[in-house]
Design a protein. Sequence first.
Length: 391
Amino acid sequence: MTPLTFSPEITNAQQERMTASLFNHHLLIVGQTGSGKTTTTLTLLSQLQKRNQTAIILDPTGEYSKLPNTITYRLGDNCYFEAGKLTAKQLLESVQLPVQPLLVQKLRQAITDLQLQHNIVGQTGIYHRLGKSIADHQYYLRQLGNWSSDYQVALLFQQLIEEFTVPALDERADYSLLGQQYDRKAINRAWPQLIALQECLGSTAFRTLFDTDRHPGTMKSELNFVLKMFLHHASQHRTLVIDLSLLKHYEGSQRLLISLLLKQILRCRLADNAGFPVNVVIDEAHRYLPKNEQDLADNGIFQLLREGRKLDLKMLLTTQSPLDLPPRLRSQFNHLIVHRLLDPAEVHCLPGDWRLPDAAKFEVGQAALCLFGNHPQKVRVNLPAWWDKNA
């Protein structure tokens, strides 16, 4: 059964061309709650499996577990994300902690120093700045590269204290060294935020997101490794599901992780384009976009939409209202499936010049198929063959 039922005047050959075209561009699925968006998404994913096309679902709710033939990695269960790859900005975003500019600067320095200690110096523990010559420090810095970006997050609090080193305050001062003593007054001023950061790093949300606890005898995969493997080898009628539902009460953490994973997908494709199309799926995508539109350019969803097409990366997004998406993001879509929308302003803001006067009257499962270069077609979504078994 085809995923969509068209009006009788559309020939079978036309239906097949239009259905195939769905997967050649980014696709936006919109409609009110209960209008059939999730059913449509599951139906299209079944078609991707049938066509043997790779699909990666970032699933914040665990809702896509009913889809058959999936390889599922559940954050906090059989997979984790490596915290030692985060920048200072990403780390603060993950714990949603506002800090003073001075501490942001110290955090950047602390991460760099831990990278030096772990990758260049090759020793355990923190990187000691007391008594370290500036010349030696700069020598180490010159050796840092992309290969040496990881660090030990568990040492971050101790390393932050080490960043508050200054020369001696009298004639003993040696300005060829990074520091000779701790600036205890500055440490005391920053202490409340230092403690707050340490508490965040030990929080349930952070430990779940980055699996900082050790589990002897338990096998867990790192998500970046999982993505690399899936992007390098075409799937055989299988779909990768990354289940992020354990973070459903930590929306900010989900937002960060989804952005990071999408950036990793882009990086993998830029480094090694394996030559087969990959479809990335995110449900209710508006929840995982930055609150401030000025931050949109740094968001992984927007970056993949803007840059993914030339790398054969396609994105399928769903949202209740197109008004919930920034105009810059909406403009990236050539193809749409529009379920019931009651507000005329929602129809008016859709990308392209689509005239859909009946959108407010659509029944559950009915939609308008809007393909670039074609007239809108009213369709009904057909449930996949496996649906009744899993209802």
